[in-house]
Design a binder for this molecule. Sequence first.
Ligand code: MV4
Length: 497
Amino acid sequence: MFKKILIANRGEIAVRVLRTAREMGIATVAVYSEADRKSPHVELADEAIEIGPPLPLESYLNIEKIITAAQRAGVEAIHPGYGFLSENPLFAESCTKAGFTFIGPPAEAMRKLGNKLEARHLAISVKALVIPGMMASEVSPDVFKKEAEKIGYPVLVKAAAGGGGKGMRVVSSPDDLEEGLQAAMRESKTAFGDATVYLEKYIAEPRHIEMQILRDTHGNAVWLGERECSIQRRHQKIIEESPSPVLTPELREEMGSVAVAIVKAAGYFNAGTVEFLYENGRFYFLEVNARLQVEHPVTEFCTGLDLVALQLEIASGGKIPFTQKDVNPRGHSIECRIYAEDAAKNFLPSSGTIVGLREPQGPGVRCDSGLREGLEISVHYDPILSKLVTYGDNRAEAIRRMQCSLSEYVILGVATPINLLQNILKHHAFVSGELSTHFLEHHFADWVPPVPDEAVQEVALIAALLAGKGAKHSGSDITRAQPTPWQTIGSWEIART
Ligand code: MV4
């Protein structure tokens, strides 16, 4: 096993990776930008190296600076977390060239899967179902038109270099095709430097279900169960859960086998996720996420595994220490993402200082957080603050625990959509598991957060600040905990900057 690693990330995921490394007796090195000098991930690491200005391109996205930090610190391996450089094959290669182990898949596998057309071919080669559509790109609008007629409208124009919804356009009729192609090509060129697009049949009301896999360098591979991530806004996932309310044991088994076959064909190692669109009892291969994902904790709850520990084991040349038949996911887990964004202002990123913080805990409750009181939330980075994850014997229990935990969660100083999450968790469609990628458009299109009146907000904030922590003694020898203003103000979003 490695003796010392560098974590090339920040926030809750840097903290998450650091914890496991420390547990395993691995020395840890954090990197941080000027904006993150006082961040929890810096405090938690054995060593921390400043790598530059807040701008990601000058710090967390700067390959040279991270490699230089790794050399200075004398680490053996680099964990990229998610986002930033995690799926950049150039970064994986740069690590290897400089003599560091990249804790993730090989660069070649990333490249293959990064091209969605190539990934489609790979999936077909292992007999996975793909969404009907083109298998090669085209340049002539006439050829696109003929292909679209073959597929049948509505079609979806997709970027070959794409992912995450960029460079996508739904086209409902031949008259709109040319415009849709142009728009998708322009967007794809800007976002990925590659204008290559192709067409797929548009699936109107899908669920997003993904399968967690692990593969080691000794030929062993396992699948660890699915996550349903249908509830999202503008391609940003909000709530994820495992298992999916719709997957039967047979379909799960099938999805697991297909996912493992795809990563094998790609020459993929380490942890990864194979994404599918699900509709009417069938699942279609979408893409592979070549990283540890934000929502990995729901899989950890249901399997009892530590996915970061397994990533480290695999990256250091070890074997997956169990076989497929040892994997028996049980219970139900739900994750709510807590973003710094203002639901009252069309979910604009919210910034400010965390002046009060109370994070939920308890049996079956996990809060992966990069927060502490006094921390400044800037607008430089991804707005995810923390992830609240609950576990229960069944879905109803996981939901109840989430409702309780959300009502206990107090974050003062930046706006968070905790209130929206509470409303979703209560909604009959969510409770009955009727999900799709359009869930919020269908059920929460007109939703606006309740606005506590301003004087009340101010009093609540002052009270919370004055209250400090712990129960007050009443003078008698019976001590009774008074509800603190923290509890009485609940999860109101008090944004003061
Ligand atoms: C689709 C689709 C419908 N039909 N493909 C969105 C991100 C990218 N990874 C693929 N995506 C989609 N591809 C066909 N043929 C709908 C989406 C989609 C989506 C997929 C998963 C999760 C959320 C989504 C939100 C909007 C659209």
